[in-house]
Design a protein around this ligand. Structure first.
Ligand code: GDP
Ligand code: CA
Length: 326
């Protein structure tokens, strides 16, 4: 990793990022440009996973893998660059209701995942194999090897996450959510050991409910995060989400739709909080939660901005968050 040179002056310890798809993958990629694989692991939400066409779809894990590999689609928040859709077109012709899009290269990855699952490998092992083949050297760790499935409660009934998100385009009002399978699920040993060895935990600007929420809900994870220096990055900027339903969900869950609302959500868990320069007036109230604010530009428009934000977060953590550790 040529870009990792000089990283040690920025941050000398081990960093663990908690991530969902879009916002999480961007910041994880920024961190991965600065820190070598021994210093950065990424724990990824699997609450969005589902079975489709006989395949196990792991949207957030794959978005993180594709971003770290630099093969992600540059605009849309999922899938690959230079993608074709021959398989799906043909499946449609044969009667498939293609409400969930999968490109040909993406399908190839899913066929390999299917084959390895059938051979008895865990999701962690499979993700590690896929990462190696894609040239991703940082550990990308699914939060659990057991299925956890986010279900959104709406006035129209309970909707599995992808039905809510893709089929219904997040239109139904969210009244609450359940993590199906949580009672039988455990964080993987790799996840727990990464958290316990972390000098810094970064909660990426991912959806607090459906991306970071499932990771924190696994037994022992919230406590492990709270025991280490942690910093969260707001996915809400100027009262809005850049993409996806985070702002709508916050409003429906009766939280204040702002970076302050996100900071309140993470109060007691994080020592630091990164908010956008356009939300600077909220910094004092965030400090009032006993959370140290960092105000900066948090919109990651390109690869350079991902790296710049990651570098600022590491410098902030080194200067202001780690010092207090006894
Ligand atoms: P999903 O799993 O694809 O929904 O992705 P995440 O939960 O990881 O990310 C969704 C969140 O990312 C949304 O709430 C966005 O506001 C946020 N987001 C996307 N791009 C950026 C960015 O460049 N900066 C910040 N601060 N947040 C972002
Ligand atoms: Ca997701």
């Amino acid at each position: 990793m040529a870009l990792a040179h000089g990283a040690n002056s920025l941050f000398s310890g081990r960093v663990v990022a908690l991530a969902g798809g879009v916002g999480g993958a961007k910041l994880a990629h920024g961190l991965a440009q600065l820190l070598p694989p021994e210093q950065l692991s990424i724990i990824v939400n699997t609450g969005d996973d589902f079975e489709h066409l006989g395949l196990l779809i792991c949207p957030d894990v794959d978005t993180v893998l594709y971003n770290l590999a630099g093969v992600n689609h540059p605009q849309q928040g999922w899938g690959r660059a230079d993608e074709s859709f021959h398989v799906l077109d043909e499946a449609r012709r044969l009667g498939h209701d293609a409400w969930f899009l999968l490109g040909d290269k993406d399908i190839a990855l899913h066929l390999m995942r299917r084959q390895w699952l059938d051979a008895g490998l865990s999701l962690t092992e499979i993700t590690s194999r896929l990462a190696q083949r894609l040239g991703v050297w940082h550990p990308v760790l699914p939060m659990s090897d057991e299925p956890v499935r986010t279900v959104i409660h709406t006035p129209a009934g309970d909707l599995p996450f992808q039905e809510y998100f893709v089929q219904q385009r997040c239109r139904p009002r969210m009244m609450g959510m359940t993590l199906r399978g949580l009672e039988k699920a455990r964080p993987t040993p790799a996840v727990m050991s990464a958290l316990q060895q972390a000098d810094l935990i970064v909660l990426c600007p991912s959806n607090p409910y459906v991306s970071i929420g499932p990771i924190l809900a696994l037994p022992g994870v919230r406590e492990a995060v709270a025991a280490r220096p942690a910093v969260a990055v707001s996915p809400i900027i100027g009262g809005r989400a850049l993409k996806g339903p985070a702002a709508k969900m916050m409003a429906e869950m009766e939280a204040e739709v702002s970076a302050l609302g996100v900071a309140r959500h993470y109060a007691g868990l994080v020592r630091g909080f990164v908010l956008d320069a356009s939300d600077a007036p909220l910094a004092d109230d965030i400090a009032g939660l006993e959370i140290i604010p960092l105000v900066t530009d948090t919109i990651m428009r390109d690869v350079r901005e991902r790296r710049r934000l990651a570098a600022e977060i590491l410098a902030f953590a080194q200067d202001q968050l780690l010092r207090e550790v006894v």
